[in-house]
Design a protein around this ligand. Structure first.
Ligand code: PMP
Length: 394
């Protein structure tokens, strides 16, 4: 049977990581994979995570299974973090998932179960794994305009025009904050317009929020998700703790299905538990327990939020430095978008040949669509990158 297998397309970002590792140059710069790195190029374990792990090590008396939905305390803590008090708890069904990827996967499976003819509208561009999983599940996708190649901001008129082609029951997938791969985001007035359109047309909102705390701040980054969740009849929210708690490999995510009806919420909850059972049974617990421990303890939570804020501000500082250097070296304001974008990424809007040139000539690794990971930079490498970008004629 194995001889019938066909090679699957390699993940471009993982392939880029491999090339970077094999590059013998000392001065190479990795702006590829979406992992936060500090100025020393290290992805640290956050202080509060270490402290919570120590506490768990000391206190935990069993490794017996949790529930199919994971520990309910984790769901409560994460719902509080993402949604605050914007939605009554009784309207939210929630399960722990292996990372935000697992949450997206389960959300798409739920969509397919509930409405096999639903199409999923995704931004152009979006995180490639959205499309990959949707294609794998045989769910039809429609891309809506999102990135304006001229301004490097959001093409909001194009987005609305394209979303108007969605039919009742279609799903609109939106990035809650810090859009990946572009770094360009809607403002709250635009979010309200999207919400109105979703309600007018009977669409289903889905929010993927993987970078809460990386953009404008923990509360600010949750505003859009809260607006959507409290204004629409039904929605799905896929959350990830990978980035904001730095627990990437622990696979820690949460999927919420929100409805305005308690009976529907009970059915949603049992469906989500069923889907967990079919795919991996009990979701991973360690990362979820760490996150719960932090969120439930005032001191740990404050320390975590403070460290996350340092991370956010360091990325904003790098953005500003890069934008300033680019302005100085190019003598133009056309790179101002670097300072406007939010989150870990910015899409430069450079042609693939130029991205290739930066790699070959300068050892600068960014994803082929010209997405760069701001956190891959430091005060020393920003001027090198700025010079290379200007020399390459981006
Ligand atoms: N959604 C988006 C938009 C992402 O960028 C990521 C991380 N790359 C995820 C979801 C999920 O990440 P993870 O599965 O590692 O939690």
């Amino acid at each position: 049977m194995f001889e019938h297998l066909k090679p699957q397309p390699a993940d471009k970002i993982l392939a880029l990581m491999q090339m970077y590792r094999e590059d013998p140059r000392d001065q190479k710069i990795d702006l590829g994979v979406g992992v936060y790195k500090n100025a020393e190029g290290i992805t640290p374990v956050m202080r509060a995570v270490k402290a919570a792990e120590q506490r768990i090590w000391e206190d935990q008396e069993t490794k017996a299974y949790t529930g199919l939905a994971g520990d309910p305390a984790y769901a409560d803590a994460m719902i509080g973090l993402i949604l605050g008090a914007s939605v009554p708890r009784g309207n939210i069904a929630a399960v722990a998932t292996p990372g935000g990827t697992g949450a997206c996967r389960q959300a798409f499976e739920m969509v397919r179960m509930a409405n096999p003819s639903a199409r999923v509208f995704v931004s152009n561009p979006t995180w490639p794994n959205h499309l990959s999983i949707l294609n794998y599940l045989g769910i039809e996708t429609v891309q809506y305009r999102y990135f304006d190649g001229e301004t490097r901001g959001v093409d909001f008129d194009g987005m609305i025009e394209d979303l108007k082609t969605a039919k009742a029951g279609d799903v609109v997938l939106l990035h809650g904050c810090c859009h990946n791969p572009t770094g360009a985001n809607l403002n709250m007035v635009q979010w309200q317009e999207v919400v109105n359109l979703i309600n007018e047309r009977g669409l289903v909102a889905m929010i993927d929020i993987a970078y809460q705390g990386f953009g404008e701040g923990l509360e600010e980054d949750a505003q859009a998700a809260r607006l959507v969740a409290s204004s629409v009849k039904r929605c799905l929210i896929a959350g990830s703790c990978s980035k904001n708690f730095g627990v990437y490999r622990e696979r820690t995510g949460l999927l919420m299905a929100i409805s305005d009806d308690a009976a529907q919420t009970a059915l949603n909850q049992s469906t989500l538990a069923f889907l967990n059972r079919q795919n991996y049974s009990f979701p991973p617990d360690h990362g979820a327990r760490v996150v719960t421990t932090i969120l439930q303890d005032e001191a740990l939570r404050a320390d975590w939020a403070a460290e996350l804020e340092e991370v956010r501000l360091s990325m904003l500082g790098l953005r500003q430095q890069l934008a300033d250097d680019l302005q100085r070296l190019s003598g133009s304001d056309r790179f101002g978008f670097v300072a406007q974008h939010r989150g870990m990424f910015s899409r430069l809007g450079a042609a693939p040949e130029l991205v290739e040139k930066l790699r070959v000539d300068h050892g600068i690794y960014m994803v082929g669509d010209s997405r760069l990971n701001i956190a891959g930079l430091n005060a020393t490498t920003v001027p090198i990158l700025a010079q290379a970008i200007v020399d390459a004629g981006v």
